[in-house]
Design a protein around this ligand. Structure first.
Ligand SMILES: *Cc1c(COP(=O)(O)O)cnc(C)c1O
Length: 386
């Protein structure tokens, strides 16, 4: 039997979901085409043994693409694990087996969750929490004011807070490393990995769930320095094998059955990112899209993004209206035009537009149209009320 050949893209929505999230359409087409007979095996990738030659080649190619896309230093390990970024909140502590306390930059909900998870396993200290700037907007305090003890084993940070839309920038990383040159850095990059170039060598460990910017849920990328792997190896007798980075590195992430489908799709997405020009090209497009969305929000009389300009995320743009009714009206108008996934996280309400790599410019055009229509309506209502 052949795969169905109906036009695939006829019913596509503009998908602003925060995760699982939009995938590149050419990747979806490729999956559909390969589903019945993958790589000449006569079975789908979901039905193939992870020990088969075809899958081992597919897995290795995905790893090689990660290494190229992010210029991962050769001696770093690149792992494809399960359990989501959430399991790495704990696995990082178990593998790095810190002797001192752990410092956490708490810049939003995800870094707070990482802090809570780590607090069950080791002494933890909040190095910083968000503050309000002169305009009442969320801001990360100056590193000079952080509480980082000299014996801290590492600093954990969340590169991009998916819920509140607060993101680190390179200058902040520079400040941290200037002040604390020997402090290893562990970064949760779940919602920003491959959205811009990063210097991987600055980090002891980077981890990221796939379902925001890389592929489907079910696989988690861990990029670990030689020092991190050595620590993991030393701690190996204390931790379950499937959580142990060193054991997983030794087994090419196949100590047990890996999430073959998710890994394969990630590989296709990496191939797509390379074809787009790599992460630098992604960054350009992401910046341009985000700038347009923030501009429309800032120009809207009834709409606000509450993050200081410097720390505004280019991946997740949360915005609130003055009241629930306006929020509901906006979401309904979007829904009717095929714009989905714009409802804000349940903990903060309002709206959120996630602008991941695979989001086409046409989706941003459609969103701007809705924001402008809503702005005109709000301005007219304000005039009527005056
Ligand atoms: C989504 C997300 C997580 C949680 O990922 P899971 O795969 O659901 O465990 C952690 N950190 C950040 C920054 C996220 O965006």
């Amino acid at each position: 039997m052949r795969p169905p050949t109906t036009p695939l893209m006829s019913q596509r929505s503009h998908n602003f979901s925060a995760g699982p999230a939009v995938l590149p359409e050419p990747v979806l087409e490729r999956i559909a085409n390969e589903l019945y007979d993958w790589a000449g095996t006569g079975v789908s990738v979901m039905e193939a043994s992870h020990r088969s030659e075809a899958f081992i080649a597919c897995a290795a190619e995905a790893e090689a693409r990660v290494r190229r896309l992010l210029s991962v230093p050769e001696d770093y390990a690149v792992l494809f694990l399960q359990g989501g970024a959430s399991l790495q909140f704990s696995a990082t502590v178990m593998n790095l087996a810190p002797s001192g306390s752990l410092a956490f930059a708490e810049t939003g909900a995800w870094s707070a969750k990482a802090y809570d998870a780590a607090s069950k396993l080791a002494p933890v200290v909040r190095a910083c929490t968000l503050e309000r700037d002169a305009h009442g907007r969320s801001s990360i305090p100056s590193v000079a004011d952080w509480a980082v003890s000299e014996d801290a084993s590492y600093l954990h940070l969340c590169d991009n807070e998916t819920i509140s839309g607060v993101a680190w920038d390179d200058a902040l990383l520079d400040d941290v490393q200037d002040r604390h040159p020997h402090l290893p850095l562990v970064a949760d990059m779940s919602s920003s990995i491959m959205s811009r170039p990063v210097d991987v060598s600055r980090f002891q460990v980077i981890y990221a769930g796939a379902q925001k910017n890389m592929g489907p849920a079910g696989v988690t990328l861990v990029i670990a320095s030689p020092d991190a792997i050595a620590r993991s190896r030393a701690a190996a007798s204390q931790i379950p094998n499937v959580l142990c980075w060193a054991a997983m590195a030794d087994a090419d992430s196949m100590l047990n059955t890996p999430p073959v489908f998710a890994w394969y799709v990630c590989g296709l997405v990496f191939e797509w990112v390379e074809a787009q020009g790599g992460v630098a090209a992604m960054q350009q497009r992401n910046r341009a899209q985000a700038a347009r969305v923030y501009e429309a929000i800032d120009a809207h009389p009834a709409c606000d993004n509450s993050v200081a300009e410097r720390f505004r995320s280019i991946m997740n743009v949360p915005f609130v209206f003055r009241d629930e009714r306006e929020t509901a009206e906006f979401l309904a108008a979007c829904q009717s035009q095929g714009l989905v996934g714009l409802k804000g996280h349940k903990s903060v309400g309002g709206c959120r537009a996630s602008l991941y790599n695979a989001l086409p410019d046409s989706a941003v055009d459609a969103l701007l149209q809705q924001l402008r229509a809503s702005a005109a309506k709000a301005a007219a209502a304000d005039l009527g009320a005056a």
